[in-house]
Design a protein around this ligand. Structure first.
Ligand SMILES: Nc1ncnc2c1ncn2[C@@H]1O[C@H](COP(=O)(O)OP(=O)(O)OP(=O)(O)O)[C@@H](O)[C@H]1O
Ligand SMILES: [Mg+2]
Length: 263
């Protein structure tokens, strides 16, 4: 039975899709079979984040309408490894029968080691279905007060639904600002949300400039390292997070932080 990981957030645009794609790629590189499932029905960019936008033929709706087999509804993300994507881009969530989605997820659970559900922000009906199907949940936050406030609402919802396995992913953290005391660090965020941190992902210039031209993991070396540590924590139950402050320690580091902050 696959581990079924829900990627959620309170606030939109904090990086759920980026992280779902990156986690999937890294888990597959570590040897697992992975399927990333689009739980942001009809509104997702997961195909772009995975670099498969031109490859999708069938999606979940085609399968449930009898137009293809389940295997055909899956898009292979990379030739290497066992890494697939299930798109739901064609129609909105209202057009689906929830029981049929549940049944399909259970079938996929028997095939893969990991299913990753890339959800929409907040407490949408699709997210709520994802919560019922997930074996664990990660909440993505950015180090901002709005993101943390909304994340605590999602956390409370998860707890109310008996989801006990909840972790935090801090995305878009900036070492230069944390080093100068101008951004919350991961310990402070962990304290505020009372949830353990499983991944810390730095702000990455490459991720912004490259957009859909590369896969998430190709976008910058720091991003790749951070996603790899996160995937290792998920797979092996480790607690090591990416050291985003290493560049900003010592005299040279302080100079670097000042220059970066001023840029
Ligand atoms: N670590 C990062 N560094 C820089 N840019 C990032 C990072 N993570 C995500 N982004 C950028 O932020 C934007 C939003 O990311 P993404 O689409 O993954 O968020 P989301 O939470 O899935 O959004 P939505 O709530 O709309 O589904 C994208 O342009 C993405 O490239
Ligand atoms: Mg998204």
């Amino acid at each position: 039975m696959a581990r079924r990981i829900l990627i959620a957030s309170g606030k939109g645009g904090v990086g759920k899709t980026t992280i779902s794609a990156g986690l999937g790629e890294m888990l597959a590189e570590l040897g697992a079979s992975v399927c990333v499932v689009d739980f942001d029905f009809a509104l997702n960019n997961l195909d772009l984040a995975l670099g498969v936008e031109g490859k999708i033929v069938y999606d979940l709706y085609d399968y449930l309408s009898g137009r293809c087999k389940l295997r055909q509804a899956l898009t292979q993300v990379s030739e290497k490894g066992n890494f697939y994507f299930l798109s739901t881009n064609k129609v909105s969530f209202d057009c689906y029968d929830e029981d049929q989605i549940k049944e399909t997820i259970m079938k996929l659970s028997a095939i893969f080691d990991y299913l990753i559900f890339d959800c929409s922000a907040g407490l949408s009906p699709a997210f709520k279905l994802g919560v019922q199907l997930a074996s664990e949940a990660f909440i993505v936050v950015c180090p901002s007060i709005f993101s943390l406030k909304d994340a605590s609402i999602v956390k409370n919802y998860l707890i109310s639904q008996n989801q006990k396995d909840i972790g935090l992913i801090i995305n878009r953290i900036r070492g230069d600002l944390v080093a100068c005391g101008q951004m919350l660090n991961e310990k402070q965020i962990e304290d505020i949300l009372q949830t353990h941190v499983v991944g810390v992902i730095p702000e990455s210039d490459g991720c912004i400039t490259n957009g859909n031209l590369t896969t998430v993991c190709e976008s910058s070396e720091a991003m790749r390292c951070a996603l790899k540590s996160f995937a290792q924590n998920v797979m092996y139950g480790k607690t090591l997070v990416f050291d985003y402050l290493s560049k900003y320690r010592g005299l040279i580091g302080k100079i670097r932080a000042k220059i970066k902050k001023g840029a």
